[in-house]
Design a protein around this ligand. Structure first.
Ligand SMILES: [Zn+2]
Length: 335
């Protein structure tokens, strides 16, 4: 993902810094003077929820992060990438799994791309999608970069969410978990525009589901990206649907985690964009301050020691609680 180029003026200095310090060098010490005003949708009256708090085994999720990172760098087309793909599928044995495979024609050649979709059916007509990419940045393929936070943390999070959904009939919408591929750009964004060189996997899924009518059934698309940082501050991503921001914040408040959410607002170019463009209510849950001035992002310092099981638990339980709240919102807020 990348911070969007079409930024409000107030963030320009900061994002200029982010882009300039892609490799974590010479990071200017600038921060936005103040956060832009938050986008707030009309108040939603949420039905009370007296059910048990969502369960989430944080230690097991952290072990998944370590396992994924343990394969080494997993850029598109690599043997490690294939191993991670198999690793994810091996944890979905017995689940309803679709393998969406195709060849992406990228700026640096053709590559096999595999999106993995696990479907947990509900009794309500409609689908909630929870997504994460699992590849690592291709231009960093010959470095020690393993993307512990960027790709592994959110992919592990979905594996643990699958554990929580498995074997329990859903009294609500169907939940589809998507481990999407080829999110990362193939060339540095100093050379090629990010949006023309990335999001290959999720764009393919969005196009396919638009063509076959699936997209019309998608009630919400929730993306998790870089959510394992021990110093967890999930940004309010400004391309995201305001009503979904409200759902997430209400869920976080119910669980006592609201201090980790939405202190800063910024736009991101990330896997949710192909769904946003197609009118699907979408949200990107991302903490784009990974180390001071985001210095660990896309560097060999993106390692497991920067993460915490508690951060995985916070985001995992907030997503599960949000799903339960969306199940009960009837009718859903207008798009
Ligand atoms: Zn990345």
């Amino acid at each position: 993902m990348r911070a969007s180029k079409s930024l409000p003026l107030i963030l320009t200095a900061c994002v200029g810094a982010l882009l300039a310090c892609d490799r974590g060098k010479d990071a200017p010490q600038s921060e936005p003077a103040q956060a832009p005003a938050a986008v707030v949708s009309p108040a939603i009256s949420f039905p009370p929820d007296n059910g048990p708090l969502p369960a989430f085994d944080a230690d097991r999720a952290m072990q998944y992060v370590k396992d994924i990172v343990g394969f080494g760098p997993r850029p598109l087309g690599s043997a490690n990438h294939k191993k991670v793909e198999e690793y994810i599928k091996s944890h979905l044995n017995g689940d309803q799994v679709d393998d969406d495979a195709f060849t992406a024609d990228t700026n640096v050649g053709k590559f096999p791309v595999h999106n993995i979709v696990a479907k947990f059916p509900g009794n309500k007509d409609g689908i909630i999608i929870l997504a994460s990419h699992y590849d690592t940045n291709y231009p960093l393929r010959n470095t020690s970069y393993v993307g512990a936070n960027d790709g592994a943390s959110s992919s592990a999070l979905l594996l643990e969410i699958a554990n929580q959904l498995r074997g329990k009939p859903r009294d609500g919408y169907s939940v589809w978990l998507v481990w999407d591929d080829a999110e990362e750009a193939m060339k540095p964004d100093t050379e090629v525009d990010f949006m023309s060189d990335s999001l290959y996997g999720i764009t393919h899924l969005a196009e396919k589901w638009q063509a076959d009518g699936t997209l019309k059934k998608v009630k919400a698309f929730m993306l998790a990206d870089m959510i394992g940082d021990a110093d967890l501050n999930i940004d309010r991503e400004s391309n995201s649907a305001p009503w979904l921001q409200n759902v997430i914040y209400e869920a976080a408040t119910r669980l006592g985690y609201q201090s980790h959410f939405f202190a800063r607002t910024l736009p991101m170019e990330d896997d949710h964009i192909p769904f946003v463009k197609r009118g699907v209510p979408s949200i990107d849950l991302i903490d784009f301050t990974y180390g001071y001035n985001n210095v660990f992002w896309h560097t060999s310092q993106d390692t497991v020691d920067k993460l915490s099981a508690q951060s995985l638990k916070i985001v995992g339980t907030v997503m599960l609680e949000s799903v339960r709240m969306i199940d009960k919102l009837d009718p859903l807020p207008p798009k």
